[in-house]
Structures are given as C-alpha cells and as structure tokens.
Design a protein around this ligand. Structure first.
Ligand code: SAM
Length: 232
C-alpha cells in the first residue's frame, strides 16, 4: 500500500488554487521548457512524474512522441480520460515504462518530483531514465529545493505568481486550506528532500550524467534549482 507522499498523490489534493492556477502553472512550465526542447520534430520526449500535464498537447506539438509517466494510478486515469486517442501522446504505467526501448528518448523531464522521494528512489528513477535516453539525449530536472529554504520563500513566490496571473484571492484561500490539510502534516513529518547544487550534481554524476545547473528554474518557483544532464 502506498505511504507518505506517494499516498498523498494517490488522493485528490488541493495543492493548486483551482483551474486558473493549474493552467498558469503548466503554461509557465511550457514557456520555460521551450528553449530546451529538441529541434527535431520527430523527437521522443518522456515526462517522468508528469502530474496533470496540462502542457502535454503543447509539448506534443513540438515532438514526434510524448510519453507521460506518473507513479499515481489516479493521475494516469485522469490523463487517459483526457488524452487517450491523441496521436502523439501515450500514457505509461509501470510495465510500459520498464518496457520502453533502451536509447529511445531524446529528452526526459523530471520536474517537481525529486523533493517527494528519498535519494534511493531518485537514483532508481535516474537509472531508468539513463537506460531509455539516447546517447545524445538530455535530461532536465527542475524545481529542486535547496536545504534550508524557508517555507515563507515558497509561499511568497506562489503568491507573486498568483497575483501576476489574476488568482491571488483564490490562492490565499487555497493556502489556508493547505495549512489545514495532510500536506502540512506530511511536510512537517516526512518533509521534502532537499539538495544543494553540489550534492545534486554528484547524484547525477553517480547516475551516469554529466550535468550543469541551469540559470533559471523551470516553473513558477524561480528560487528553486534546475539542471541539465547528458549521458556520460
Ligand atoms: C508536484 S507534482 C509535479 C507534476 C509536474 N511534473 C509539474 O511539474 O507540475 C509531483 C508528481 O510526481 C509524481 N510522483 C511522485 N513520486 C513519483 C515516483 N516515484 N515516480 C513517478 N512519479 C512520481 C506524483 O504522483 C505527482 O503527480
């Protein structure tokens, strides 16, 4: 049975303030990813821990094939309901993921996932990604939280994004709800996994990637870290 953060993602959650927040969140992710997308329109992209993936159609518009993988069956069911039948998007469950051909993916994305897993799980994810990535492929990891990041920094960044996108009041209400939810309990007990730049680069190197930190994060939390990795 799923426990901790995995169980959290398995339940409907109220992390986002609503539809406007979700749409703005994925629009920002797509904007920030755009410079990193392969030039080849036939490229294969794997979005690992894709969540609701509201940018999936836009991403698929810049790729030959988009694989969406999320550990949560609830999330995958939602994606199936929305995207089944899209000619270039496939939703992967675990057997699909392990069955992906070696060296078949041009770009892998791991965005806002590593904070919810321990380092052993992260290494297992990176091994899977390393196996399916082409030798000239790229991995983008984003939204990595640095140790000691105060909660107030996340909240301030979130409210700034909400204000800029016209859902500030809804977000204030959502933040109050979040404080009363199991999210707060999990953050206080299990916590989020954090890495400084050097330690994350070391994990990537141990996992077979030559990597560097990107100048900007991918997504609305500009204070978080992002990396690009190439197979060694
Ligand atoms: C904060 S959401 C991120 C969604 C999306 N990538 C984004 O940036 O908005 C985290 C997602 O990671 C997924 N996840 C958590 N642990 C995972 C794991 N071990 N393998 C794959 N997905 C995982 C969760 O189910 C959830 O959908």
């Amino acid at each position: 049975m799923a426990k901790g953060w995995q169980a959290f993602w398995e339940r409907p959650n109220r992390i986002y303030a609503g539809e406007a927040h979700l749409r703005a969140h994925y629009k920002r992710i797509f904007r920030d990813l755009s410079p990193h997308l392969p030039a080849d329109p036939a490229a294969v992209v794997l979005d690992y821990g894709c969540g609701d993936a509201l940018a999936a159609e836009a991403l698929a518009g810049r790729a030959g094939r988009l694989w969406l993988y999320d550990a949560s069956p609830r999330v995958r069911d939602g994606l199936q309901a929305r995207l089944a039948g899209h000619p270039r998007i496939r939703i992967c469950d675990d057997p699909h993921l392990t069955g992906l051909a070696a060296a078949s993916v041009d770009l892998a994305l791991l965005i806002s996932v590593v904070q919810y897993v321990d380092v052993g799980t992260l290494r297992a994810m990176l091994a899977t990604i390393r196996r399916v990535l082409k030798t000239d492929g790229r991995l983008i990891v984003a939204d990595v939280i640095a140790p000691g990041t105060p909660l107030v920094r996340d909240v301030a960044s979130r409210l700034k994004f909400a204000a800029a996108n016209g859902f500030l009041l809804a977000d204030l209400a959502a933040l109050v709800r979040l404080q009363l939810s199991d999210y707060r309990h999990l953050r206080g007990t299990i916590g989020l996994t954090t890495y400084d730049e050097a330690s994350f680069l070391a994990v990537l190197r141990d996992s077979g990637f030559a990597s560097e930190r990107l100048d900007h994060n991918v997504g609305p939390s500009s204070h978080r870290l992002a990396f690009v990795g190439r197979p060694l």
